[in-house]
Write a protein that binds this ligand. Structure first.
Ligand code: TYM
Length: 329
C-alpha cells in the first residue's frame, strides 16, 4: 500500500480553507493509502506561542481531525513533537540543503518583510517539513497550494541526498485538490483564508456557530454586477464563494454557475451559508463529544507508538548512509 503523510500547524482555529484544501482530501485518501496525519506542533513554535494555548490548540486539532472523519482504524494520527526522530532527521537534511533554496521560499520572503525578528526555526521550517515526509517513505503529500513549494523543496533535497548517499529516500509528490487549493479570505479575496490572523471576519472557522457563519458569508466582499460567474481576475470574491460551494457540494464550477444562473448575490450567499452550516454542524457535534473524552489520548498513544518504530528504523538507515556513529560489525 502506498504511503501518504500530511500535517497541520496548531497556530489557530482551523478554517474552512484548511478543511477544503487539506482535511477533506485526507478523509477521501485515507481509504486508499497507508496514511499518516499529524499535528505539526514543532512547526507552530517557529513563532512564539503561549505554551498553555499551544497545548490546547494541539488537542483541538486532534479532536477536529476525528470530528471531520479521520478514522484511527484507517489512518495513523500523532503529534510531531512526540517523535524525536523528525528533528533528528531534519538536522541531517538541513546539512544537505542550500541557503539559497531556503531564501527562495515564498513564505519566508513574505514574513521577512513583516517581521524583523524571524527565528532560525522559521527559516529552516521547510527542511523539517521534508523530514516529516521522507521519514515515513511517503510517496504522496496532500496539501493546499501554499505548501506545494515546500514539497518541491523536499523533492530537491531527496534528489540531492540520493545522489550523494545512494537511493535511500523516496521521492514525494504533492496532491492538491482540483477545486479549493487556495480558499481566499472573505473580506480580502485576493489573500489566502488564514487561521493565524487575529481579526477573522474573513475566515470561517470550523467551530463558528451558525449565526456567525451566516454573518460572515452575507458580508463577504463581492462586486456589483450581480452575476454568479467564475472569473478569478475580475470577480475574486464571487469566484471564491463559487469555489467553496462547489467543493462542499461536490459539484463542478460549471454546475454551480448553472444552478445559480438567474439568482442574485443575496440568494447565492444564502445558499453558500446553508451549505457551510450543513457541513459544519455534524463536525461540531462530534467535536464537542470528543474534545473532553479519553479518545484523543488513546488515538495519540496508539499513533506515536507505531510511528516512532518506523521513524527510528529510517533514521538509523540514513545515519549509517551518511557515516554517523560507530562502525558496527
Ligand atoms: P498549515 O497548518 O498552514 O495548513 C494546513 C493545511 O491546510 C492547507 N490550507 C489551505 N488550503 C486551501 N486554502 C486555504 N485557505 C488554506 N489554508 C491552509 C495548507 O496548504 C495545508 O495543507 N507546513 C504545514 C504543515 C506541515 C506539513 C508537513 C504538511 C508540516 N509538516 C509535512 C505536509 C507535510 C503548514 O503549516 O500547514
Amino acid at each position: 500500500m502506498k504511503k501518504l503523510v500530511s500535517g497541520i500547524k496548531p497556530t489557530g482555529e482551523l478554517t474552512l480553507g484548511s478543511y477544503i484544501g487539506a482535511v477533506k482530501q485526507y478523509i477521501e485518501l485515507q481509504k486508499e493509502y497507508d496514511s499518516y496525519f499529524f499535528v505539526a506542533d514543532l512547526h507552530a513554535i517557529t513563532k512564539y506561542q503561549d505554551p498553555k494555548e499551544l497545548r490546547e490548540k494541539t488537542k483541538k486539532i486532534v479532536a477536529l481531525y476525528l470530528a471531520c472523519g479521520l478514522d484511527p482504524k484507517q489512518a495513523t494520527i500523532y503529534l510531531q513533537s512526540e517523535n524525536p526522530y523528525h528533528s533528528h532527521l531534519s538536522w541531517i537534511l538541513s546539512c544537505n540543503t542550500y541557503l539559497g533554496e531556503l531564501n527562495r521560499m515564498t513564505q519566508y520572503k513574505d514574513q521577512k518583510i513583516k517581521d524583523s525578528n524571524l527565528s532560525v526555526g522559521f527559516y529552516t521550517y521547510p527542511v523539517l517539513m521534508a523530514a516529516d515526509i521522507v521519514i515515513y517513505d511517503a510517496e504522496y503529500v496532500p496539501v493546499g497550494e501554499d505548501q506545494v513549494q515546500h514539497v518541491e523543496l523536499a523533492r530537491d533535497i531527496v534528489q540531492r541526498f540520493n545522489k550523494r548517499y545512494g537511493n535511500k529516500l523516496i521521492m514525494p509528490e504533492s496532491i492538491v485538490p482540483k477545486i479549493g487549493a487556495r480558499i481566499k479570505d472573505l473580506q480580502e479575496p485576493t489573500k489566502k483564508m488564514s487561521k493565524s490572523d487575529g481579526e477573522c471576519k474573513g475566515s470561517i472557522l470550523l467551530l463558528d456557530d451558525e449565526k456567525i457563519v451566516r454573518k460572515k458569508v452575507m458580508s463577504a466582499i463581492t462586486d456589483s454586477d450581480n452575476l454568479v460567474k467564475y472569473d478569478v481576475k475580475n470577480k475574486p470574491g464571487i469566484s471564491n464563494l463559487i469555489t467553496i460551494y462547489s467543493s462542499l457540494s461536490n459539484l463542478s464550477i460549471k454546475e454551480v454557475e448553472t444552478e445559480f444562473i438567474d439568482k442574485n448575490y443575496g440568494e447565492f450567499k444564502t445558499a453558500v451559508a446553508d451549505k457551510i452550516v450543513e457541513v459544519l454542524k455534524p463536525i461540531q457535534d462530534k467535536y464537542y463529544e470528543y474534545i473532553n473524552s479519553d479518545m484523543i489520548d488513546e488515538v495519540l498513544d496508539q499513533g506515536i507508538k507505531k510511528v516512532t518504530v518506523i521513524a527510528q528504523k529510517k533514521c538509523e538507515l540514513i545515519a549509517k548512509a551518511v557515516g554517523l556513529g560507530r562502525q558496527k560489525c
